[in-house]
Design a binder for this molecule. Structure first.
Ligand code: GLA
Length: 727
């Protein structure tokens, strides 16, 4: 036994690969990228390199941590401290700022030790830093996924001071660049107008993208960006970084160009109204910041992220996805058991896998017949559904489809039994006028009892009805009237503790029901981050399903998320567009429908059925293949994308004419990602009744160099081509 203990402690010593006395270089590598950190002679940790992978390992040792020569010729020892703290040596935005228990506002971090261990898909490097004056520690984590070229960085802060300390900056990480020019593309949003890109040169000073919505990351600004290095980021050429924060709440990312033109990127939770009181012994864990580089434009970087997400981050990223028929657009709140049983028959007729029941099925004292009442009372409404959820799952079984259900368990209407029983569970200002967003308020998830309740909502549905196969989890209100009854004098912890409370609930649900797929929704596409996607198989990109507009939203979002995680439905938004156009747009993501099937003409119904069958055949290519953005709707009046299976034996090409000018000449669309030496049979699919498709054969080389004439000058047309190989 004693021998075993000695052996274990010897192994532990080996794992701790360096001590503070050594001057040490730490290299965090993927196949194409190196991030190199170095401990300087004072024991502080600096980032000395972030860029293309160094081919000769010994070159890393030649890197110097001191970089600046001042205007008077003196050498400044400032450099790029890996996790810069406030209060002393640096005059720019820090990663960490602390008011210690005694009121002191300085923190200096010194290297303690580090280790690197294997994780699924790569390595994780853990570096411990500590202040010498105060018992405060920061642990930096860098998970590097070799083949996908993705790095995830986050930090942990702990202390043992006599009383609470206050954190007022707590970034996930800090990245430094020294380049001639930087261009930021960020994505602003509005309800039904999500993810619109805007590009600008970063000049001296700060640019921050952030939100203050509490329950969600996005709505006015998306939590992701492109950084063009040297030139604006482009799809197919140039050096670019894609970055995104995994946090389902207020985020911020600051880009600061310092006095000598160096750029710091500082992503994390938004510290706005969130001076965080941290108890001794507690650990503050920041969200993960996820980034990837490419020298071949954002397209390659996107495919890196897609692969990584499917393999390591997204819930059931390797699994299948169900097609569905939702009833929100066709019935709204107006339905009963019989009507829904009919919609389930319609789902079966369409050929989709599942019927998804939306809002309006619950609450009795204050029935949920519109959006002013009922949220919080999650029992089936007896007038509409006398047989409860069990009656619905039985009807779905009879129709031969699965059954999914909508919930919004974090929210409450003041007109609800829950509000009458538990006003103390609600985030609100009792002595001020209440501001309602969609007539509702947000439950206080900082309170563990409320977490139990929210978990219980989903748990009860699944326990009572094991045939429920899917949740659509909605969140329609930001946090308003900010005041947590639970947090009492620690109100500035609320924004952070709300999101942590939500994750506690989601973790418990995933542990108990690992196989239940769930769609994340937030008044459209406001919840769209990679931490939430650990618990959700997909997210709703936007309530805007007008196919013309949806193309833009999907184009932007698919730069950061695999289309497998992006739900898209065929609806009646913009009925002026053909059903084919709507089908083709939705078929580029996770396909669903939200239409009244009875209103479809016979030929339109046939086309829908055919498109579902085609989609089922093509799912492995669309959802699990490589995606190429070919013709941008932002730059032309068309759009084209193709998907290629990993073995390059199959592909799908989607081509759209949005609003082309009269007789506008159309260049060929050149495909990407094919095998140049193979012959592909190209057949148009999703064709209306009576249109017979011919099959033509081309080499991959031809398709990529010469391309196909698939665009036209007629408004609102679309074409889908299936490519197969004989071998
Ligand atoms: C939100 C969602 C919609 C729908 C409604 C129901 O707005 O984005 O898809 O579920 O809630 O109230």
């Amino acid at each position: 036994m004693r021998k075993l203990c000695i052996m274990i402690s010897a192994l532990l010593m080996l794992a701790v690969s360096a001590t503070a006395d050594e001057r040490k270089t730490i290299r965090i590598s993927t196949d194409n990228t190196d991030m190199i950190l170095q401990v300087n002679d004072k024991g502080r940790l600096y980032m000395v390199y972030l860029g293309d992978k160094l081919l000769n390992a010994s070159d890393a040792d030649k890197l110097e941590w001191s970089v600046y020569t001042g205007s008077d010729g003196s050498v400044s020892r400032r450099g790029h401290e890996a996790y810069m703290s406030s209060g002393g040596e640096d005059f720019f935005e820090p990663a960490l700022a602390v008011t210690h228990a005694d009121g002191d506002m300085t923190t200096y971090l010194y290297y303690k030790d580090s280790e690197t261990h294997a994780i699924d898909g790569g390595t994780e490097t853990v570096i411990r830093l500590a202040d010498k004056k105060y018992p405060l520690e920061v642990t930096l984590h860098y998970a590097a996924y070799e083949h996908q070229n993705v790095i995830k960085a986050w930090s942990e802060i702990t202390h043992n001071e006599k009383s609470d300390i206050t954190l007022w900056r707590y970034a996930s990480t800090m990245l430094y660049f020294n380049e001639p020019a930087y261009y930021l593309t960020n994505y602003h949003s509005e309800w039904a107008r999500e993810a619109q890109p805007t590009t600008q040169k970063l000049t001296y000073g700060k640019k921050t993208i952030d939100t203050k919505l509490g329950t969600r990351a996005a709505m006015y600004m998306q939590p992701y960006f492109e950084l063009g290095i040297g030139a604006p980021a482009q799809e197919g050429t140039g050096r670019a970084m894609l970055g995104t924060i995994g946090w389902t709440g207020n985020f911020s990312c600051t880009f600061e160009v310092d006095n000598v033109g160096g750029l710091r990127v500082i992503p994390g939770i938004n510290p706005y109204a969130s001076d965080y009181k941290l108890k001794a012994g507690d650990k503050f864990v920041t969200p993960e910041f996820i980034f990837t580089f490419s020298n071949n434009g954002t397209g390659e970087a996107s495919r890196n992220l897609h692969d990584w997400a499917r393999l390591y981050q997204l819930k059931d990223g390797k699994g299948d996805r169900m097609t569905l028929l939702n009833n929100w657009e066709s019935t709204g709140f107006d339905f009963n058991q019989e009507k829904l049983a009919g919609v389930m028959e319609d789902a079966a007729k369409l050929g989709v896998d599942m019927f998804l029941l939306d809002d309006g099925w619950f609450a009795n004292k204050y029935p949920r017949n519109n959006d002013t009442a009922g949220l919080g009372d999650w029992e089936p409404n007896e007038a509409k559904l006398p047989q409860g959820v069990a009656g619905l799952t039985a009807a779905a079984k009879k129709a031969g489809v699965k059954f999914g259900i909508w919930i919004e368990p974090e929210m409450i209407n003041p007109k609800s039994r829950l509000f009458e029983e538990h006003p103390d569970w609600v985030i609100m200002q009792s002595e001020r006028d209440t501001y309602y967003y969609r007539n509702q308020l947000v439950l206080d998830l900082a309170n563990p009892k409320v977490q139990d309740y929210v978990f219980g909502v989903a748990d009860k549905i699944l326990t009572d009805n094991p045939d429920v196969a899917y949740f659509k989890w909605d969140c329609n209100s930001p946090i308003t009237n900010i005041r947590s009854p639970y947090l009492k004098k620690k109100q500035s912890n609320l924004y952070v503790d709300y999101v942590r409370g939500l994750y506690n609930v989601l973790k418990r649900l995933k542990a108990k029901y690992p196989d239940v797929p769930m769609m994340l929704c937030s008044g459209g596409g406001a919840r769209c981050d990679y931490e939430a996607l650990k618990y959700f198989t997909e997210y709703w990109c936007s309530d805007n399903t007008d196919p013309y507009e949806r193309i833009y939203i999907q184009w932007s979002m698919s730069k950061f998320f695999p289309v497998k995680a992006m739900a898209a439905h065929v609806t009646d938004w913009n009925r002026g567009s053909s059903i084919k156009f709507r089908l083709d747009v939705a078929s580029m993501c996770k396909l669903g429908f939200d239409i009244d099937v009875h209103k479809l003409s016979e030929s339109d119904l046939k086309l829908c059925q055919q498109a579902v069958a085609n989609y089922n055949r093509l799912k492995p290519v669309i959802l699990d293949g490589d995606m190429y953005h070919l013709v941008s709707p932002y730059e032309t009046s068309h759009a084209a994308l193709n998907y290629v299976s990993k073995d390059k034996s199959r592909a799908v090409l989607f081509a759209y004419d949005l609003h082309p000018r009269y007789k506008e000449p159309q260049p060929n669309v050149r495909l990407q990602g094919l095998d140049p030496m193979r012959v592909y049979n190209v057949t148009e699919i999703n064709l209306p009744d009576g249109h017979k498709a011919e099959t033509k054969s081309y080499t991959g080389d031809y398709l990529m160099k010469i391309g196909l004439s698939v665009l036209s000058a007629s408004d609102g047309t679309s074409h889908v081509y299936e490519l197969t190989t004989a071998n």
